[in-house]
Design a protein around this ligand. Sequence first.
Ligand SMILES: Cc1cc2nc3c(=O)[nH]c(=O)nc-3n(C[C@H](O)[C@H](O)[C@H](O)COP(=O)(O)OP(=O)(O)OC[C@H]3O[C@@H](n4cnc5c(N)ncnc54)[C@H](O)[C@@H]3O)c2cc1C
Length: 497
Amino acid sequence: MTDGAAGYDVLVLGGGVAGCVLAARLSEDPDRTVCLVEAGPDFGPDRRAWPAGVLNARALPREEVWERGAAAHRIRGRLLGGSSGINGCWNTWGSEADHAAWARRGGPRWTATAMEPFRLAAVSRMGLREVPESEFSLWSGAALAAAAELGYGRVDMGTVGGPGYGTPLLNAFDGVRHNAAFAYLEEARSRPNLTVIGDATVDRLDIRGGRAHGALVELDGRRRTLVADSYLLACGTFGSPAVLMRSGIGPADHLLDLGVRPEADLPGVGANLADQPGVFVPLRSTDELNAALAAKEADGDLYVSRMLVRAAGAFCPDDSWNLHILPVAGPPLFGKLPPGQYEAGISAFVMNPVSRGTVRLTSADSAAPPRIDPGFLTDEDGRDLAVLRSGLEIVERMAAGTALKPLVGPVHGRPAQDLSDQDLRARLGTYWHPVGTCAMGTADDPLAVVDGEGRVRGTTNLRVVDASVLPTVPAANTQLPVLALAEMLADLIRGER
Ligand SMILES: Cc1cc2nc3c(=O)[nH]c(=O)nc-3n(C[C@H](O)[C@H](O)[C@H](O)COP(=O)(O)OP(=O)(O)OC[C@H]3O[C@@H](n4cnc5c(N)ncnc54)[C@H](O)[C@@H]3O)c2cc1C
């Protein structure tokens, strides 16, 4: 590690999904020195040394996170591998409309066609695979039939296409979560030109005259300055805007309130937070379903969900989808049930929300958690709420059809789509796909933080490369899109030499 002037060619700040891709791809060139810095632990090259919870793909771990016990929408991984170390291992891809929206902001490299080689590279490197037959429970099989019953056709979830039902691509093998650190760093770690530093929190960048001159990092209770020619910020949708703001890049009035001297007044930093809200409709699992799930659990093959429906709800463009309908049955995501009993139900998620939230600092101190307002269902026209209600109608029809009804019994009570706005808001959850807080945009867009190549406006050697640069959430789970965008920008950076 360099405390002085020599430094690295590239510093990758944040060792999550995007950071692992960047570190691996850029260090493929033996003449480029790369240092990857991660706030959380690096459990090392031997998988047996990784915590069981992080490896177990049958549940969502809650240990290696930034804030234990925090509200669900704040959950994010804090370990090498980032949120891929704690996530659901589902991989899907967005629609043509999503890519068209990105290309309008970032240029032609963001179209589905132009991104295809990078999607394929990510699929291959992560070893993404179809759901094996053995992982289907009685519930998932019936859910596939229920989707067909509603008239949906089968589609490939890993590519663009249209609405329909299918199975996600998985980065889990025999119940083991295959995170981005395994996929991208296992081989790369031995390269002499790659340094990986765990337990090192980036406080801020030293920005002067539009250039980053160093990264101030807390390591072993000491503050170090790491130096490089170029800096790639990959701290994720909550972490990257926080580092930029502490570095003086962000909305000037907010920075001045916190006593941070503005280096670049970029009002878009921490604005435009977009995440996919959803509502879970609980159903009563019958004895037959409980018994089948118990047997599956005893075999070690119980997964709460293995299929989804891409559905078109209110305000959906033709031939596209703006909802994920997600039937689940298994141990509850939150809380516990008595042995032999399981939670069953179906969620509807708003995939392309127009509502926006914010990430703001509460202090210039890097140890202070940011203020995160997801802004769910806050758009003035009530569009997201309308999309959600249209999704809940589909949920209701799916649950009442002949395929699922025998497993969950009759649906009692008021249909979810008829609940009051207040009740729906009270039941709101997240699909955990936040993006947009360092959004890319054109030069005339006052809220743009980076250009289509990830360059931070007004700086010469600083890029953001992670989920935060996406100006809109795709109608997909975001891991594969983030892997692909990091592959794409790594390829671009490699070509700059
Ligand atoms: C509970 C949960 C479930 C999810 N399930 C799925 C799913 O099934 N499928 C899917 O496609 N997507 C899923 N996601 C989303 C997916 O994991 C993210 O889209 C993806 O990880 C984003 O990648 P990233 O590189 O932008 O951020 P991350 O992977 O979160 O990486 C950011 C990294 O930066 C580090 N960092 C942050 N601040 C600092 C700092 N100051 N100094 C040093 N390091 C820092 C963090 O510790 C982290 O390692 C889920 C997310 C969560 C939280």
